[in-house]
Design a protein around this ligand. Structure first.
Ligand SMILES: [Zn+2]
Ligand SMILES: [Zn+2]
Length: 369
């Protein structure tokens, strides 16, 4: 391909725009021609993650097309982008949210997820978080089409992987990174997952696949159905009641890895930390509401614990997620997918923010539905 081939691209596309007053509306956007290094994706699926729910519920600073767990089909691609990405029109890709600079020392080591230009705490920019007023306005998954900036990161989806399971690639890759990377899980070890949400279930699935001996997933009484999904993934459900975590048959000091997906709430973290045995690893994954946290330093020293806070996932974890999902050994097809179209996206985000969302935590925007 020697030119920007976008003959099949429509002139306009619809998107669900999140608004500062914690509501949303569908708007139409012009699809500008892609430059040589750029392109457009037709969105197949855009997974709703806890970060989207928190952003929507708080009210975004400026109208924004959310959606950063994106699977799409290449609909336009400049010549340079086609060569560099080794993609052609019609290929399916997973789009990461990072827009790394590609020049800094962090990018040079391959850790582009930690590039300062993707750091939200320092004004970094990401797919799904760019104001709609910025040209081309449409860099987010909750849309019929999403722009592919020159520095976007894409991964080809294997032919054998269904669109439905492809929507799991990013959260499952996160989970693989957190469990086997930061969590350094070894075969036979015991894992405790705090929270049976979208990422919590993915962590349970990745822990089982990585050879954990036992996996426990905690939830509240109202999470009964999500805990059943955790059971279907091979985990033991644990109901947390009255803000007191009781892990029943799991004695203190016997867990190897605790993965927190609920947001570092001390009422949960303290008893969870007490579960960790010598050399245990506490993995903090959820910066939705960043705040100082306290940890029992006596436990940290006595048990020689490791505490890791993670951001996203490595490209190796994405490759492993694609392999596992294509091979059908993730178990995640046991978790029902709730699909929503663009007209229902804002209402769904509002329900999720209010805690009245569907039983399954796997909610996917399907713009063509
Ligand atoms: Zn996310
Ligand atoms: Zn960089």
């Amino acid at each position: 391909m020697t030119r920007s081939d976008d003959a099949g691209l429509p002139a306009m596309a619809r998107a669900s725009v999140a608004l500062p007053d914690a509501t949303g509306e569908v708007r139409s956007f012009d699809l500008v021609p892609a430059g040589p290094g750029e392109g457009w994706l037709e969105v197949i699926a855009s997974g709703i993650c806890g970060t989207d729910v928190a952003l929507f519920g708080r009210g975004v600073a400026e109208p924004t097309v959310l959606g950063h767990h994106v699977v799409g089909r290449v609909a336009a691609l400049g010549a340079e982008a086609a060569r560099r990405r080794d993609l052609v029109l019609g290929d399916r890709v997973v789009l990461e949210e990072y827009l790394p600079c590609g020049r800094c020392p962090t990018c040079a080591t391959g850790s582009y997820r930690l590039c300062p230009e993707t750091d939200l705490w320092r004004g970094g920019r990401r797919v799904g978080l760019i104001p709609a007023a910025e040209r081309p306005g449409l860099t987010g998954g909750n849309a019929e089409f999403t722009f592919l900036p020159a520095n976007a990161v894409t991964h080809r989806v294997p032919a054998g992987l269904s669109d439905a399971l492809a929507a799991w690639v990013l959260p499952y890759a996160n989970a693989i990174d957190w469990v086997t990377g930061a969590g350094a899980l070894r075969g036979g070890e015991t894992v405790v997952v705090l929270g049976p949400g979208y990422h919590g279930l993915a962590v349970a699935a990745s822990a089982r696949r990585a050879g954990a001996g036992r996996v426990f997933v905690t939830g509240l009484a109202r999470d009964a159905q999500r805990l059943e999904m955790a059971e279907a993934l091979g985990a033991h459900p644990v109901v947390v009641a009255d803000e007191t975590v009781r892990f029943g048959h799991l004695p203190e000091g016997t867990a190897d890895v605790v993965v927190d997906t609920v947001g570092s709430d001390p009422s949960v973290l303290d008893p969870a930390v007490a579960l960790l045995g010598h050399g245990g690893r506490l993995v903090l994954t959820s910066p939705k509401n960043p705040a100082p946290i306290t940890l029992d330093s006596a436990s940290l020293f006595r048990q020689g614990l490791h505490v890791a806070a993670v951001r996203g996932r490595s490209p190796e974890a994405i490759a492993e997620a694609l392999t596992s999902l294509t091979a059908g050994d993730s178990g995640l097809d046991a978790v029902p997918t709730v699909e929503v179209d663009l007209d229902g996206t804002a209402e769904m985000l509002a329900r999720l923010a209010a805690g009245t969302g569907p039983e399954s935590p796997h909610v996917v925007v399907r713009p063509a539905a």
